[in-house]
Write a protein that binds this ligand. Structure first.
Ligand code: AGP
Length: 622
């Protein structure tokens, strides 16, 4: 969960490296640093804290080098200190490295390097890697013209070093002897090349350089790359040449900018109507009774054989899978199981041959979800992905899938990606349902509800001020409960996660009926409950839950589609009303209020909404 960038070209590297880090800061923000190579010397600036801290230090130096690397860190090995910030330079001053991942055998590497006379300034695993690379570099002969290897000394040294490394890495390397060359490699952490004119870049994801170039090459695990200002080449660790595929990034940098909003999270909450439109675009069949997809790589006959669906994800994406479970079972009548990806990959659960596996991931890089995908494929299951980031590792390694097209999501707390995932899941439930028992008229009703949803979400967004007032009442509470029944139970979980991850208030989500089996002991005037009170067969029972809470002086914030006659405002301490809608889309409508509630409470508590403590946007370590 770090952000790395390398630049080699004809412009000064430092400004690009700093600007790019600011765009990658959502990946980790404990410390930041850069190294440029100029006049045969490394100039390194690194500092605990945000990129801006480091940028201020860098501004005091004359950084004229046109080749450099930079890094924004989410701490794994070693605390948040200046010394542990990347880049790390080998103790002989020859090699500088930035790294995203975990070197699992770093202690044995460190012992080996110490035995060879290398010294250490930090507690990080990366410093072991850079000293080992220096050791191999110092041993590596210069390639001779007829020596059979047209690769550089540095390139060969990196390849040999990585043979001794266990763990994950997305890394970039500078060498003081090589003023025109950056080398990099990836295994388990994302790495992408930006191909410019007279300049080339390497980074953890495309947001570092979109706008400077839209031409990108996604690296695969086990690949090593050599970059100069005008060229690049890729080989595998076993020295097979790789023919690069240049992709075009499908969004502009303006989409990743904050615009008139105060925070990325606020912007992304308000982008949800558009994100929902994008998820549906081109995916409604002409007869408007079902969905259609271009990338499932699964024909109708195969799909009809499917008798079980397994959904794997982490965090918010896992909550989207729980909503998908309700939708797919309701409309497609196929048994669905939802698994935490981190559990699935080790559980070795018996799956039969007609099981279809979906992995769901906004970033497409979450290592647990990626490994669950790989485990599912290893077992021979058709494995599809629902992903937001185009060209991400999960997108490329799955057998097929569906892009969310929600646009870049920068805020660490996922919002528009979540509702977009539910929209995609609704399309999947509709599509599979309509090749089974779902009637034409029911399909039409679901399509109409989905098409009307962006407007209804816009209506809910107009309540932001009302929700901000409610937030002010409860911002100092220490505990919250979120309760919901059926498809609102996952929204209760999601609301609790949003609140805890950005405001640091303890919050728990439960099925409303479960309250009586324990959590009711928590009810007291200092523990508000957010309760989803939606009309339909659960309405009366949920009202009973509400009364049980209020009988124990628990404050209730009700989120409801009922009007004043059906649900009087006096029945709860606060009420957030959302428009009535078809069952298939109510979970999305219910989500927006809890996103806004968490956002405003966190804001009032002075928390960093976009970069909450200890978190990072993409969890690429296990
Ligand atoms: C969401 O608010 C969290 N930041 C986190 O739980 C996230 O959903 C999880 O890490 C999964 O990320 P992914 O969708 O990119 O795989």
């Amino acid at each position: 969960m770090c952000g790395i960038i390398g630049y080699v070209g004809r412009q000064k590297a430092a400004p690009f490296l700093i600007e790019g880090l600011k765009r990658l800061e959502y990946r980790g923000y404990d410390s930041a640093g850069l190294t440029v190579l100029q006049n045969g010397q490394f100039e390194t600036v690194k500092k605990a804290g945000r990129v801006e801290n480091m940028a201020k230090l860098a501004a005091r130096k004359s950084l004229t080098g046109t080749i450099g690397i930079s890094h924004t860190r989410w701490a794994t090995h070693g605390g948040v200190t200046d010394a542990n910030a990347h880049p790390h330079v080998s103790s002989d001053g020859k090699i500088a490295v930035i790294h995203n991942g975990v070197i699992e055998n770093y202690l044995s590497i460190r012992r080996f390097c110490v035995s060879k006379g290398y010294t250490f300034q930090s507690e990080t695993d990366t410093e072991a890697l850079v000293n080992l690379l220096a050791y191999h570099y110092n041993k590596e002969p210069e390639p001779t013209p007829n020596g059979g290897s047209e690769k550089s000394r540095l390139f060969n040294s990196l390849r040999k070093t990585l043979m001794h490394v266990e763990g994950t890495y997305g890394l970039a390397v500078l060498c003081a002897d090589c003023p025109d060359e950056i080398v990099g490699a990836r295994k388990g952490s994302p790495l992408v090349l930006g191909i410019g004119k007279g300049e080339n870049m390497i980074a953890s994801d495309v947001s570092a350089f979109v706008g400077r170039t839209q031409n990108v090459v996604y690296l695969e695990d086990g690949q090593v790359v050599q970059l100069t200002a005008d060229d690049f080449s890729i080989i595998t660790l076993s020295e097979e040449d790789v023919a690069p595929v240049i992709n075009k990034v499908d969004w502009e940098i303006e989409q990743a900018c904050m615009g008139d909003f105060h925070h990325y999270m606020e912007k992304e909450i308000f982008e949800q109507p558009q994100a929902l439109e994008n998820a549906m675009r081109g995916r409604i069949a002409d007869d408007a009774s079902t969905a259609r997809f271009g990338g499932l790589n699964l024909d109708v006959r195969d799909l009809r054989q499917v008798d079980r669906i397994l959904l794997c994800a982490c965090g918010t994406a896992w909550h989207a899978c729980l909503v998908a479970e309700y939708l797919i079972e309701k409309y497609a009548r196929i048994p669905v199981e939802v698994e935490y990806a981190s559990e699935f990959r080790y559980r070795n659960s018996p799956l039969d041959k007609n099981t279809l596996v979906f992995v769901v991931s906004q970033s497409g890089e979450t290592i647990d979800t990626l490994e669950a995908l790989r485990e599912s494929k290893r077992k021979g299951y058709r494995t599809l992905a629902i992903v937001n980031v185009v060209g991400s590792t999960i997108a490329r390694e799955s057998d097929g899938g569906i892009y969310q097209h929600a646009g870049p999501e920068i805020g660490v707390a996922s919002t528009k990606a979540f509702t977009s995932q539910i929209m995609v899941a609704t399309l999947v439930a509709l599509y599979i349902g309509r090749i089974r028992d779902l009637a034409f008229t029911e399909g039409r009703a679901i399509v109409a509800a989905m098409q009307a949803l962006p407007t209804l979400v816009t209506q809910v967004l107009t309540q932001a001020d009302h929700i901000a007032k409610i937030a002010a009442k409860y911002k100092d509470k220490k505990d919250f409960l979120f309760l919901g029944r059926q498809e609102f139970f996952p929204i209760a979980l999601e609301g609790a996660l949003k609140l805890k991850e950005i405001s640091y208030i303890h919050a728990e989500g439960y099925p409303a009926a479960e309250m009586k089996h324990g959590p009711i002991a928590l009810i007291n005037p200092e523990c508000p409950t957010v309760l989803f009170v939606f009309k339909g067969e659960m309405f009366k029972k949920t009202i009973s839950n509400l009364q049980e809470i209020r009988a124990r002086q628990g404050p209730v914030i009700a989120i409801t589609d009922a009007d004043e006659n059906e649900f009087a405002g006096s029945q709860a301490d606060d009420v957030i009303r959302v428009p009535e809608a078809h069952d298939s889309v109510r979970a999305i409508l219910a989500t927006v209020p809890v996103q806004l509630l968490a956002y405003h409470i966190a804001l009032l508590r002075g928390c960093d909404v976009d970069k909450p403590r200890n978190l990072a946007k993409s969890v690429t370590v296990e």
